[in-house]
Design a protein around this ligand. Structure first.
Ligand code: ZN
Length: 312
């Protein structure tokens, strides 16, 4: 046994992605007023990073057609860092125009998934990031560009995704002008050892430009995977309230790490997130009511906080 002590980050940021990653993959279309309430309450309970939506054509994702309005509202809330997903230059221009703090360009390291989902090869996505960076700089905008490498641990369509290819694409995104890079286990194939091995190498490449870990709980390992990344010093994770955002290729399976379970684990370990747990659980209950037709996930809400839990 190793006696080596690991230092976990003292403060961890949870980026709420339920409004994008979650809502885009369920059938219920949440009215704009409810989304605004969600953003307002998330901010009120202490969340400071929210992915409010995606600038994709409304005909492809009618669920997210109100992203510009949500972004404008998010920008009125003090100290809220608002991000949006964009699939291409056109979407990026809207994000820059709307003054997003960050725009996330997803890239799939699985070539098969990339072609099926984005109709581009991963390297074509890298080229798009070059154009997005040029547009951002030309506009004199402060919007950060994040290149998110998805299917980083394997892919439902392609199967194995080679780590060396994931890291090559991450380097290519940085070379193309991405300010930040992140890794996503889009289909829940990762285990803690895989996370340690890949994140270690990714951190070596990206240094403090490494932004975020995005884990899915499809096979129940999201929290264990977060812990593996925490041990390497990663201090920002995506999560979705009530774990919404299932896996498109495994109907009914859990999707994103659930925000409330993650916030609870971190708080219980003494790592600060700035989030009020009671308030977060109240928001979860509200969202669960709005999404009563959907399968929701997460565990904490069933049992509640332990008696020994000390509110930070
Ligand atoms: Zn996700």
């Amino acid at each position: 046994m190793s006696s080596e002590k690991t230092t976990l980050p003292a403060h961890v940021v949870i980026r709420e992605v339920g409004l994008r990653d979650g809502l885009q993959s369920i059938a219920t279309i949440l009215p704009t007023a409810k989304k605004l309430e969600w953003i307002r309450d998330a901010h009120a309970v202490g969340m400071r990073e929210i992915e409010v939506g995606s600038f994709v054509p409304a005909r492809l994702l009618p669920q997210l057609a109100d992203t510009a309005e949500l972004l404008a509202y998010a920008k009125t809330l003090p100290d809220l860092f608002a991000s949006v997903l964009v699939p291409n230059l056109k979407g990026a221009e809207r994000a820059i125009e709307g003054g997003a703090d960050l725009l996330l360009v997803p890239l799939s390291a699985s070539h098969v998934h990339s072609l099926a989902n984005l109709r581009k090869t991963p390297d074509e996505v890298v080229q798009e990031v070059t154009r997005i960076r040029a547009a951002r700089d030309a506009a004199g905008s402060k919007t950060l560009i994040e290149g998110g490498v998805g299917t980083a641990f394997g892919c439902t369509l392609q199967g194995r995704v080679e780590p060396v290819e994931v890291l090559r694409l991450m380097q290519a995104l940085l070379d193309a002008g991405a300010d930040r890079v992140s890794l996503a286990d889009t289909v829940g194939y990762a285990d803690p050892k895989m996370v340690r091995d890949l994140f270690e190498q990714a951190l070596r490449i990206a240094g403090d430009r490494f932004w975020c870990g995005h884990f899915h709980d499809t096979r129940g390992l999201a929290m264990a995977n977060v812990y593996a990344a925490l041990e390497l010093g990663v201090a920002r994770f995506d999560a979705s309230l009530a774990g919404i955002g299932g896996c498109p290729h495994a109907p009914g399976a859990s999707g994103n790490a659930s925000t409330e379970d993650l916030a609870y684990m971190l708080a219980s370990m003494g790592l600060t997130t700035g989030i009020d747990m009671q308030g977060l659980l109240a928001l979860r209950a509200k969202v669960a009511e709005w999404l009563s037709a959907e399968t929701l996930h997460g565990t904490l809400w069933r049992a509640g906080l332990p008696k020994t839990f000390a509110a930070a």
